[in-house]
Design a protein around this ligand. Sequence first.
Ligand SMILES: [Zn+2]
Length: 310
Amino acid sequence: MTASIGIDIGGTKLLAVRLQGQEMVAKELFSTPGEDMVGSVVAAVRELWTDDVTSVGVGVAGLVRFNDGVFVWGPHVPGSNVAVREIVEGEFGVPVIVDNDANAAAWAELCNGAAQGHRDVLLVTLGTGIGGAVISGGEVYRGLSFAGEWGHMMYQANGLQCDCGKRGCWETVASGPALARLGREFIALNPEGQLARLLRKGDFTGETITRAADAGDETARGLVSQVGAALGQGLCSLIAIFDPEMIVVGGGLGSIGESLLGPARRVAADALHGGAHRPLPPIVVASLGPEAGAIGAGLLAQHHIAAEAL
Ligand SMILES: [Zn+2]
């Protein structure tokens, strides 16, 4: 059975897994050290290495050129134009693939998760920002290299400032930080309200508000629903462009489920082009959780190495 190592690099963590076939047999979580991104990848691979490993897959949050395995740039990961594939292949002597982290997560959901058995699927990951991946005809669609970065599609002209340096991107209104901002705005207007008492300090996050919503706080539920509506608006555009079989929503914020996806579905159904004459595709929660990216990177490595061997 083919063994591979999968690595998922985000802004604050590096998760490494070893797969035997499709099954995860080992995993380790590392904090992401400073500037030497590829050095931390090499160290993580070495940590999980066994002699039967025949391929390595690396998923990175940001712009990645799959064809030559170069990490081009990302707002949350150090370095630019890093030749990850060349360096890791040189170190271990096995084939290495490098891809965007959402592409890797989508591949895992397709092979083992919520999108199993489907061929035309979009993955939308909601966390600090919005990540995305397109599965078309059962393969990852990358465009020239960077397809699926719809967190930065224009949502509102001259809108809120985005981490990418531009204004009005979709992720400024549908992400963890967007939810936290709505909370801060509400509390500024209602400093004596129940939500202010519940959250106490100004340093809460989107997650704090989703917990308050889960605990039954009506205001927090309203804020989650507002972010869900903004999510639904953007999903409606994606459906108009791609007409997918299904949309899988992942990431930390995506995992909260119906309180977010219910409003998203309603808004998307209302706004959908020709909505009276076509069904809304299923919009479902990802099933593999935070390990999807690392598992998917390992599975993608196996998939491409097997394809090359044909
Ligand atoms: Zn942006």
